[in-house]
Design a protein. Structure first.
Length: 157
């Protein structure tokens, strides 16, 4: 796997943060590309984390933060449980579809707009949510990197 460096962006805050978020998203998708369905469900770590679960979980995380908490929308949560009929390809397709919707939400709002729901926590704005998603996706892309290396030795971003 080719090791790709993060983009160097000279734009403003929004362009920089969204470019880095997309870089981490793409890094995750590259990390799981070419993995067999069997290996996508296999966990070589004590926590039981799998590449398939990570793909489903990342879609859920972005959906919770932007649709439920930021917009305050009342719609069913994305399920990140792994079911017998799940496939990695379908999970990655669903993840990519989620990105398009989340990007549209981010583009349509100011970074200083507050989330509609807090879950009992202090309020946060869209800027905080995008930065949190950046670290969340990066953290899980790192998990995927470790899992992939343990599964078949593939490394790189």
């Amino acid at each position: 796997m080719v090791d790709r460096k993060p983009p160097r962006v000279l734009g403003g805050e929004r362009e920089t943060l969204t470019s880095l978020l997309q870089y981490q998203r793409d890094s995750f998708a590259r990390k799981v590309a070419g993995v067999s369905e069997e290996d996508a469900r296999r966990s070589p770590v004590a926590s039981g984390t799998t590449l398939l679960w990570l793909a489903k979980h990342l879609a859920r995380a972005e959906h919770i933060w932007l649709v439920h908490r930021f917009l305050g929308a009342d719609e069913p949560l994305i399920d990140d449980s792994v079911h017998d009929d799940d496939t990695l390809a379908a999970a990655v397709d669903a993840l990519r579809s989620t990105w398009a919707r989340m990007d549209a939400i981010i583009a349509a709002h100011r970074f200083d707009e507050l989330a509609q729901t807090t879950g009992g926590e202090p309020p946060v704005d869209l800027r905080w949510i995008v930065m949190h998603l950046l670290e969340e996706v990066a953290r899980h892309a790192g998990h995927a990197d470790i899992l992939r290396e343990l599964i078949d030795g593939e490394t790189g971003r």
